[in-house]
Design a protein. Sequence first.
Lengths: 290, 392, 313
Amino acid sequence: MTTSLFLQLVVNGIMVGGVYGLMSLGINLVWGVMGVVNLAHGDFIIAAGFLTFWLFARFHLNPLVALPVGVAMGFVLGALTQKFLLGKVPQDRGAVKTSLLMTFGVSYILINAAQLLFGSEFQTVMFLPGSWHVAGLDFAKSRTIAFLMASAVSLALWAFLRFTFAGRAIRAVSQSVDGASVCGIDIPRTRIVSFGIGSALASAAGALLVMIFAISPAMGNGYTIRSFAVTVIGGLGSFPGALLGAVILGMSEVFAGYLVSAQIANGIAFLLFLLVLLARPQGLFGRKPS
Amino acid sequence: MGTRWMILPAIAVVAAFPKAPAAAAEGKPIVIGASMSLSGPYAAGGRYSLEGTQLWADEVNKQGGLLGRPVRLVYYDDKSDANTGVQLYEKLITADKVDLLIGPYSSAVTSAVSTVAEKHHMVMLGPEAADVKIYQRGYKYNFQAQTQAGRYMQGALTLAKAHGYKKLAMLSEDTAFPKAVSSEVAKMAAQYGLDVVFNETYPKGSSDFSALLTKVKQIGPDVVFANSYLPDSQGIIRQCRELGVDAKMFAVAVGAAEPEFGNLGSTAEYIFGATQWGASMPWPGNAAFVTAYRQKFNRAPDYHSAANYAAGQVLEAAVKQVGSLDQEKLAAAISKLELDTVYGHFQVDRTIQVGYNSALLQWQNGKQALVWPDKVAEAKPVLPVPPWSQRR
Amino acid sequence: MTRLEILVAAAAVAFVVALPLLGSDYLVGFVFTTFLFVGMAYGWNLISGYTAYVSFGQISFFGIGAYTVAILVTKLSFGWPLAVLAGAVAAAALAVPLGWAMLRLRGPYFALGMLGFVQVLQMVASAWTRLTNGGEGIYLPPAGSLRALYFGSAILVVVGIAATSSIDRSAFGLRLRSIGEDEIAAEAMGVDTTRAKLLAFVIASAFPAVAGGLYAFRLSYVDPASAFPGSYEVQVILMAIFGGAGTVFGPLVGGVLLSTLGEALWARFAELHLFLFGLIIVVVLRYMPEGLIPRLRRLAASAAASGRKAAAR
């Protein structure tokens, strides 16, 4: 393998990792703050992608301009899901099971609603064709822009969590619910905002994804798994872990696709996920799972 | 305790599904059943196919129907899924009790569904099934009504030979039709002076071909074939540009014939596509078909529409010849029938289609132009294609 | 069993046996499919209803059953009944190491693990072309007798009811329930939770495997997409929880009711069908999480109680 080929594969892996990172941040937030495993995550991603496509096809709206629309929709739907559904689950021993099943139901509601509204075909937004050639490597324009946007949104999230009151409230709740409530933080409200943000992040990822290649409703499940794979690899509750996990997954997929076959590349996320869950459930930097 | 509750639903269920009614009365419509890919990866071609069948049914009714009875089309969406298609054809045959069948879109779905038709001894034409293996299983009731997969890339191969190209790379979706195309091409390649340097598959439903294409780029082929359907054809060509995969010729098996391929914008320029039909081809009734189609659907037909329309024509001819809907007699008639349809010369040899042929188009100046064979060509092929970096 | 229950059971058996003679081919096919779902719901019920280890990957075993039948019938000329049983054995054999690995994971990790495992199996089915023919799929010979397959599916349901009923009343069932309520406490009380969970998991795996095998033979076609249909998972889970997870007749009632509802929708309104099922899951969990049968029992009990109160006044 030549150096330039190796570097090209690395670049491809990092670029796809950027979008995976964005996807997993949403999971990290929701799982870390509320201990809820959102099985509908991938469907938020795809639904937002379809919305973006529809805005582009119908109104010729630039996908980067449509991004906030998808994000807003994701936030609202996520907040509503938490407020009226998940938030109402009695916090007894059956809570985990009920929440899991509920998000499972939500995933079917969401993805089929998207199909009813936007159709069920493969769709993509043909935006910025071609690539930039830098240092002998090809940087596909659409992927590069997606990577940069994903990084920007991730940075914005980090700043939000670090510097705003709402962000710190979220971090407080994820560390200790009782401690946070003693400090006067409105727990239910914080949870609503968290779930909303988690879904908003997923939607942002979906809006970027549809710019890169074609998406179809069936892909939701695969992205749910990938998002969890990244979170598990990087470690729950760790922001840098999520980003590192994303790059690891991205590069594994690219190298597996190149060295072995497209079929195996498709399944790498799940394999890594299972391996990490069984061998080292806390991932790279995460805390031990409760 | 819970057993009591079973009674009510049980009664409801039996009442909802009565057994077969008595024989049909005169003037009752002839029901034609089909499943179509109206969603999923095959939706683009599926829609055109459905419209072709619908237009045919309309025209038959305008001319007094079939055997003096109106024709009614019953169809469902199989979601480009073989599994769903099988269940739908069972429903069409056993619940909707259709009189005649038309096959679904794609070799994969047709192959699965053909067993259902065969099991129920019902004739089924396959207008969207190019894979001959479907028709080599000793089935008696299934007939191929589409050009054989092996003939799809003939035009591209001929042009490649004429220009002395040597190295051929192929990407194929891992399903029946694309694999049939790639295996036929691999067998014929040497005759055209081509050497197959890359031949790999990707799973159905893939969107990201960058890993495969990176491999192709390393090899540096002269010719790239994408044996794929519309979404993957678009994805592969788009990613060829993004990854700087240059070749002297790009050809796709399905998709370039759809106007939607033009969504690629300047990326679609110079791409070749197999097509089995063109609006300008001088088959009897073709011009009238195109006009009527435009009027009804507000868009131009593509070859899928023409193939389904032609299948209708074949069914119609067979029914008229036999004078009834007896499936055994229809099967016997179709196996010997030769008919010039809007799609070409229909003729089967032990249920495999031998009459229909293929053509080749190229996207030039944002439009499709037939470039092969000479007798139907509207323009000259542009070869070799300029490298991606030099395109707008 | 009370006299009434015996009568109802006999009527049910008579109905099932008489159906192929009275009903159309389509009706028999519909009931066949319903029975497959009910059977799978019983399987899910055993692992996820009783032990609260929510699995979203039971269709892994469905696919194993489907592919086992397809391969044995086409490559080794097995008859379908033997092939279907072989599929159940294959699934159970896989369930042992899989369960041992997965059941060590708590709650959401287990759920995710099983969800992921389906994808792994799908990938294996796509890639191992020598065995499975990859994406092209395997074509089986046309199923000769729908009636025979139908009785096979009826047997699956009977086994499901019998197994669940006997487990429900046994010490084993009690152990499973204790795991579902509070696994740590159960361990503290000396229950061998690992063994109990694993046994439930293995038994549960046989049901979707048989269903998958029967299904594959009926359809005469198997490929990676149709062997692991995600929409079946949601339907099975919904049927179990709608009827009442952890009850003996919940899966049956839930299965029949929802299958009939789905029948009106699946062909013409596929997305609406699944949208509705998702909606029902959510509504049931929000307002009737214990399921239909327990809820009806409570209503009947409270109606009886207020009846007694009224009589006593």
